[in-house]
Write a protein that binds this ligand. Structure first.
Ligand code: ZN
Length: 626
């Protein structure tokens, strides 16, 4: 009976080189009997060396199982190698994802080997092993033989492709509150993807996943089949004022399958702040929201990371009458990428509004937007400015205090604002670092402007008096193809935000600072084509002209449009601003609005002003402080 085979190993007939393969297949009952009989008689007390070939096996990890055959050989002459009672094989690490033999139970694959004989052992990597790794397989006979085989398994990274919508995420929440953003995840690769949470989603940046304010997945996504989709909620719950940026890395096993750039901003709200925001309210898609306001309140609207239109449908004054707050659709797009703040021009001087609480009603037809209600006991008249010098050849923060041209410009700015009833508040000056200054001292594209605005200085403290300051970047030149602009500002800008797009305005200083009007290109060209009353032959100071340009751009930042546009048919909605009668020829005809700060061209230096309605909109902006 030394040549009998067990019925469970009929495949080994192909490998064992003796006549027993021709034997009739035993019945299961025979097999049980045989086992007992063979083991009892054939197991030697000493045996030859146990050999295995090949010494390494490599497997393909991925969606399906992968099997390889291992030959086990009794290389000696001393006697049979036996596997009856002891451990037949073991894996290190023990949880390596393999099955050995036809089953996981020992004793079913090989029970003994005669000297010189081979047996085949099936080694199978399980399905859905979505990482690479290595293990050792030890094959041990109970009577002395041992061999080891290295097993490795490698995941093809091309199997995995995770698409995330949106492609980047910005979180904005007040301290003590939270904002949840839902990510749509789509497995566009070929294989099942295992996202272990939290280990499968790693945050890079200042925020630690486990201990920081960013929590990933209240119901974590752990597996997405090929072609399938899932959603993942990410919640930002700041416990302190902070801002920063980083990335979320998504891993399947050890393979990074996607990266989501993220940024976060939190601000101080409520009683803990020295001078607080009082409320943050959000309006869901398709929903309406109404809030009561008094004169003491200002509104700052901020979208939450997605596109849409926030529509202020109605504004009901305290006496029940509807009033115009610059109603209509206020488009917005995601924070950091578009117009983030929607600032309807609340009219703080409107009597019913100041007499008793009013209501503003917002409606979102796009997606959720949020807004902040600022508590401000009086309307305020003061505008504080942070100037950043971007590679100016003659001006730096350290020299500004003693720079005659700079001081002349500030004096002029102070006068221009005071004529409108506004006060130039504290002025701070900063230098942009040399690397970025070299990049952006000539702004050549709107991307340059965005990049520059992202470099605005964070507030010195979280006091709203520090937070609510205007960022002004002074570059040498703006040289954007198709634009003759000497200054560019978002309209409106994002009041109170720093370090993001649309958080500041940009003015070309070297066109004006320290020069006189006969040095200006536009002055000379205007004089070639114009006759008086355009003041062409009256010299004026470039420092004064720069102050005037800054007021114009600040007007845009505070939500003022041009009085007349070059296209000849667009005008602002104010009832008390004049319009240019022939705005298609705005650069060559006298215009009734050319003495308004929001006239779209630099035309000499003349008395300039804002209208009553323009000023009311400006005063409604959170940047105007008590
Ligand atoms: Zn303009």
């Amino acid at each position: 009976m030394t040549t009998r085979l067990l019925s469970t190993l009929s495949w080994s007939c192909l490998l064992l080189a003796f006549a027993a393969c021709d034997d009739a297949k035993p019945t299961p009952q025979d097999a049980v009997d045989d086992t007992t009989e063979v083991v009892a008689r054939e197991c030697a007390t000493t045996a030859g060396p146990l050999r295995a070939a090949p010494l390494t096996l490599q497997f393909a990890a991925g969606p399906g199982p992968d099997s390889k055959e291992l030959l086990v050989n009794n290389g000696g002459q001393a006697g049979n190698l036996c596997w009856t009672n002891g451990a037949h094989w073991r894996l290190e690490p023990a949880d390596a994802p393999f099955t050995i033999g036809d089953a996981t139970q020992k004793g079913e694959a090989i029970d003994w080997l005669a000297p010189g004989d081979n047996a085949a052992l099936q080694v199978s990597l399980g399905a859905d092993v979505l990482q690479s790794g290595e293990a050792m397989l030890f094959i041990v006979s109970e009577n002395g033989g041992e061999s080891q085989v290295r097993l490795s398994w490698v995941l093809d990274e091309n199997l995995h492709e995770l698409q995330i919508t949106p492609a980047s995420a910005t979180f904005f929440a007040a301290v003590g509150e939270s904002m949840t953003l839902r990510l749509d995840l789509a497995n566009t690769g070929l294989a099942l993807m295992a996202l272990e949470s939290p280990a499968g989603v790693v945050v890079e940046g200042d925020v630690a996943l486990e201990v920081g304010p960013l929590k990933v997945g209240t119901s974590p996504v752990d597996r997405i089949a090929a072609g399938e989709a899932a959603t993942l909620d990410i919640t930002f719950s700041p416990t302190a004022v902070m801002e920063g940026s980083g990335a979320l890395h998504f891993f399947s096993g050890r393979t990074r399958v996607a990266t989501l750039p993220i940024s976060w901003v939190s601000i101080c709200v409520g009683a803990d702040c020295p001078d607080g925001l009082v409320e943050r309210r959000c309006v869901a898609t398709g929903a309406e929201d109404t809030v009561s306001l008094t004169f003491a309140h200002k509104l700052s609207l901020l979208s939450d990371a997605s596109e849409g239109d926030a529509t202020f449908q109605t504004f009901i004054a305290g006496d029940g009458s509807a009033m115009d707050i610059g109603s209509g659709s206020w488009p917005f797009s995601s924070f950091g990428d578009g117009t983030d703040l929607i600032m309807p021009g609340l009219d703080p001087a409107f009597t019913p509004f100041s007499a008793s609480p009013a209501r503003v009603s917002g409606y979102s037809d796009g997606s959720q937007f949020c807004y902040f209600v600022f508590e401000q006991p009086v309307a305020g008249t003061t505008l504080g400015i942070n100037f950043t010098f971007v590679g100016l050849p003659t001006l730096a923060a350290a020299t500004a205090q003693n720079d005659a041209d700079w001081q002349a410009m500030l004096a002029s700015l102070r006068v221009l604002l005071s004529r409108q009833g506004l006060i130039l508040g504290t002025v701070r000056t900063f230098d942009l670092d040399a690397t970025n200054a070299a990049l952006y001292t000539v702004a050549r594209s709107y991307d340059d402007l965005d990049a520059l605005q992202r470099l605005s200085k964070p507030p010195l403290s979280q006091n709203l008096g520090e937070v609510l300051r205007l960022n002004v970047f002074l570059v040498q030149d703006i040289d954007i193809p198709g634009s003759d602009a000497v200054g560019i500002s978002p309209m409106p800008g994002v009041a109170g935000a720093h370090g993001i797009a649309n958080s500041g305005l940009v003015v070309a200083a070297s066109d004006y600072l320290g020069l006189t009007s006969s040095d200006f290109d536009n002055f000379r060209s205007e004089c070639r084509t114009q006759n008086p009353p355009n003041n062409c032959y009256q010299e004026y100071s470039g420092n004064d002209a720069l102050a005037s340009v800054i007021v114009h751009e600040a007007g845009h930042f505070l939500a003022l449009p041009h009085t007349s546009e070059f296209n000849g048919y667009e005008f602002d909605s104010f009832g008390d601003t004049p319009e240019c009668p022939d705005a298609t020829a705005i650069d060559s005809v006298p215009c009734a609005d050319e003495e308004n700060f929001m006239f779209p061209m630099v035309r000499g230096l003349r008395t300039q002003n804002f209208s009553h309605d323009q000023i009311l909109r400006v005063l409604g902006n959170p940047l105007i402080r008590p």
